[in-house]
Design a protein around this ligand. Structure first.
Ligand code: SAM
Length: 413
């Protein structure tokens, strides 16, 4: 059996057939069965209508596969998250089996920070073969790879417990009491009673779990580029600084926050301003995995952004896909409070989907910003710099159109 891993979800039948044939040839296993692996989707084992063969990377047994191929294009950064991902795939292969990994040419890798061959060698050892179109073949050694310090390692190790924790809460129907997580919940907790009541009312277990895994897939896969964005913008705009304090608006379970704290030495503390208390048991499990590194550095305030005072000055505030949930009539005052909380030289990082047909089927579509509308809310605070989502390269405003891009604003020093 050969596992195919697509880091981009856009697969079609032709792509799949081509990847299958290529993997069989390069893994030297003609005719071997193949299946598609993914970090988290479809944990419940229900057939996925788009990807009927999908399986879960978290539950792959160690050493069982003949080989594995990560299918290009791969736009992953040379970071701890990628080390954890590669390590997981590596460990699922039998010793002596083949692992096929795409890499970028040195010039592209240098500009973007994506994988290149030198970095892959550092993670996986010397390759046995390189193809003309940028695939390196490695042989799985006898030992498992060490788990790097990344929230993805914590996720892989704790996935069954995360699922159990979520299930237990749904079964009991109990709301999560933030008071049970004093280590994480900041004293400034806001009025979240209404949201807690809604959380308690999840009517159907299976549906709840499917929603949960769809969400956790979103959280896990987004962590890589969002954490890299925070690290890179800090390097770019606040070089040489340390002891930085940040607020994440709507950080969900906190994957990005914990990854930033674990992998960006400049950041001392992150506060996640997140209204859904139901995330706390999961946050707590992941936090517990790296307690020595995170203790005293991470808090959650169970509040909406519009209810939060932003009373403490901070160096960085980031919003990734959450400003759209702040009622529009409360958005200007909320943004004002955020901006006022930024120290001189501080950064506001915004990553919001922009209205386009791709998102039409989503439940939140009515709240998705038009590009001009979002610009109108942000422009009063100064010049906006634009960076492409995929490789974090700078963009001109006229090229951003309806793309989801990073918008960066820096407060005057
Ligand atoms: C699409 S998720 C994004 C999660 C995370 N920022 C990420 O990028 O992975 C939106 C998050 O915003 C939170 N949220 C919803 N309404 C909010 C509000 N009014 N203020 C702050 N956060 C909110 C949700 O609970 C959820 O965690």
């Amino acid at each position: 059996m050969i596992g195919l891993y697509f880091t981009s979800v856009a697969q079609n039948p032709e792509q799949l057939a081509a990847a299958r044939a290529r993997a069989q040839a390069l893994c030297n296993a003609p005719g071997a069965d193949t299946f598609v692996a993914s970090p988290a989707v479809n944990f419940t084992g229900q057939p996925d209508q788009d990807h009927p063969e999908i399986s879960l990377l978290t539950v792959l047994p160690a050493g069982g596969l003949e080989g594995a191929m990560l299918v290009p294009p791969v736009r992953q950064f040379r970071d701890a998250y990628s080390r954890a991902l590669l390590g997981r795939v590596h460990d699922a292969i039998r010793p002596g089996g083949a692992m096929v990994v795409p890499f970028h040419a040195p010039a592209i890798a240098k500009r973007t920070g994506f994988w290149d061959l030198a970095w892959l060698r550092d993670v996986l050892g010397k390759e046995t073969r390189v193809t003309d179109d940028g695939l390196a073949v490695f042989t799985r050694g006898p030992a498992a790879l060490p788990a790097p310090v990344s929230v993805l390692s914590a996720f892989f190790e704790n996935a069954p417990r995360l699922a159990q924790s979520h299930l237990a809460r749904l079964q009991s129907g109990a709301a999560v009491d933030p008071a049970a997580y004093p280590e994480l919940v900041a004293a400034a907790a806001g009025p979240a009673a209404g949201l807690r009541a809604a959380e308690a009312a999840v009517p159907d277990l299976a549906q709840g779990l499917e929603q949960f895994y769809a969400y956790i897939t979103y959280s896990v896969t987004g962590t890589s580029y969002k954490a890299e964005a925070v690290r890179r913008f800090i390097d770019m705009y606040l070089p040489g600084k340390s002891g930085l304090r940040a607020i994440d608006i709507g950080g969900g379970i906190g994957f990005v926050d914990m990854e930033v704290l674990l992998t960006c030495p400049a950041v001392a503390h992150v506060l996640n301003c997140e209204p859904v208390a139901g995330n706390l048991p999961l946050t707590s499990l992941l936090f517990g995995h790296y307690r020595e590194r995170l203790a005293g550095r991470y808090n959650v305030t169970v509040a909406t952004a519009q209810d939060f005072a932003f009373a403490e000055p901070v160096h960085v505030i980031y919003d990734f896909a959450s400003l759209l949930y702040v009622p529009r009539e409360q958005l200007p005052a909320t943004l004002d409070r955020m901006w006022n909380a930024l120290l001189p030289g501080g950064l506001l990082l915004v990553h919001e989907n922009i209205r386009r047909p791709l998102f039409e089927s989503k439940s939140y579509y009515a709240s998705v910003f038009e590009a001009d509308e979002l610009e109108g809310y942000l422009r009063p605070y100064g010049e906006i710099a634009y960076f492409r989502s995929s490789d974090l390269q700078p963009m001109k405003k006229q090229d951003t159109k309806d793309l989801t891009v990073f918008r960066v604003l820096q407060k005057r020093r």
